[in-house]
Design a protein around this ligand. Sequence first.
Ligand SMILES: CC(C)(COP(=O)(O)OP(=O)(O)OC[C@H]1O[C@@H](n2cnc3c(N)ncnc32)[C@H](O)[C@@H]1OP(=O)(O)O)[C@@H](O)C(=O)NCCC(=O)NCCS
Length: 166
Amino acid sequence: MQDKTMQSEGAAAQEKAASEGELTFAPMRLKDLHDVYYIEQEVFPYHWTYRNFESSIATENQGIVMRDGQGTLIGYFVALDIVDEMELLKIAVGKAFQGKGYGRILMDKVLELARYLEMESVFLEVRESNTPAIGLYESTGFKTVGIRPGYYVQPKEDALLMKLKL
Ligand SMILES: CC(C)(COP(=O)(O)OP(=O)(O)OC[C@H]1O[C@@H](n2cnc3c(N)ncnc32)[C@H](O)[C@@H]1OP(=O)(O)O)[C@@H](O)C(=O)NCCC(=O)NCCS
């Protein structure tokens, strides 16, 4: 749980970013991968390889990059729509930009896309120790619906399976 000051700072950054219209969103392309992979390595202890991203772009995955007005990559997500359910495979904000409301803005885009694709729900797996991500998901309305024991490696850890009904 964060204190009120952090919450209002986050909300202010989100409002500022949104109101100034300084953020852009675009489908993830090969030209984005240099920047995406930089953040990927920076924020995930056990991360996707560059090739994983190339394969993801080559498939039907929905990848979105979020950049600021100068073109700097702030964050990205990758999702997969399966019939009427969307699986959020990955969501990340660069270390320097975390805790400023950008993750929430990115999550709003996930939900906007899911609604556009007429999904009925969004689900995801998250490391049980990943407090910031779980905080974001819970405050968005995701509920824990299961546990996958030993799902993650390096380090080995259980995954929470979380779901949001749209
Ligand atoms: C998870 C992540 C995307 C959140 O992005 P962010 O820009 O830092 O998040 P925001 O500033 O928008 O905060 C959104 C909410 O997340 C939660 N949160 C963010 N940082 C937190 C922290 N350090 N501790 C607890 N909760 C936190 C809060 O609920 C926050 O809402 P609030 O500000 O109203 O309290 C980011 O931390 C990240 O990229 N982490 C590394 C990659 C990762 O673990 N991705 C998820 C697994 S796929």
